[in-house]
Design a protein around this ligand. Structure first.
Ligand code: DX5
Ligand code: ZN
Length: 218
């Protein structure tokens, strides 16, 4: 079958040598660089904004996959696209006018993604599914790297996989949070196309080997 896309999360990179971390990911065969943007309001943590994404973009030809964990993302989407984001993912829980937000992302020339928290049902995505390039299913409560995978996420991947067959076969299903070399096979089997991996990639004893495992190549 096709290989799984791997998206290391910059959150777990070495920020004293960000360029080396990004090159490590790219050389290990990673497909996307996942950039976790947190505002301290939508989630209980603060990370970075467009300025850092611009720096990351300069270091790599990987797809820049920006995950906005921020309130009222419409205010900043354009800045994140201008900074070099190829894909912009917003949270359903943060968007009262989700359809409009998705169209806005696409109007700027970026791919549009929507993420849902562990407590949000997959069924809420139905009205917008046909418009989306990707769905980012959270398998932890967003805010921090290094958390434990919530087992209930597996059922949600299966549900979304069934839903897309009818509404949007091209949709990419990405899974974010607590993905490891131990559980990745189950996540892929359930229907995931892309795995986000912070800890499992950057904190691995051998990140190149970890990448192969996570991509289902070993
Ligand atoms: C969590 C972030 C994730 C996180 C993943 O809020 O959205 O992308 O960095 O890190 P791990 O793989 O360590 O759970
Ligand atoms: Zn993320």
């Amino acid at each position: 079958g096709k290989t799984t896309l791997l998206a290391p999360s910059a959150l777990s990179a070495d920020f004293t040598n960000l360029k080396a971390s990004i090159e490590l990911a790219e050389n290990a065969g990673a497909d996307w660089m996942h950039c976790d943007v947190m505002d301290g309001v939508f989630v209980p943590n603060i990370t970075f904004g467009p300025f850092i994404i611009q720096a990351i973009k300069k270091c790599t030809s990987m797809v820049i996959d920006t995950h906005l964990m921020i309130t009222d993302p419409d205010r900043y989407i354009e800045d994140f696209v201008k900074a070099g984001s190829d894909q912009v993912t917003v949270h359903l829980e943060a968007c009262p006018h989700l359809h409009r937000t998705i169209q806005f992302i696409k109007s700027l020339g970026a791919k549009a993604g929507v993420s849902i928290n562990p407590a949000t049902p997959v069924s809420l995505l139905e009205p917008v599914l046909a418009d989306l390039d990707l769905v980012l299913l959270m398998s932890v409560n967003p805010g921090f790297g290094g958390q434990k995978f919530i087992p209930g996420a597996i059922k949600k991947i299966t549900q979304l996989d069934a839903m897309r067959k009818e509404l949007n076969p091209e949709l990419v299903i990405a899974v974010d949070g607590g993905v490891t070399e131990e559980n990745c096979a189950e996540v892929i089997a359930a229907g995931a196309d892309a795995l986000i991996a912070g800890t499992a990639f950057f904190k691995a004893a051998d990140p190149v080997k970890a990448a192969k495992k996570l991509k289902g190549l070993e």
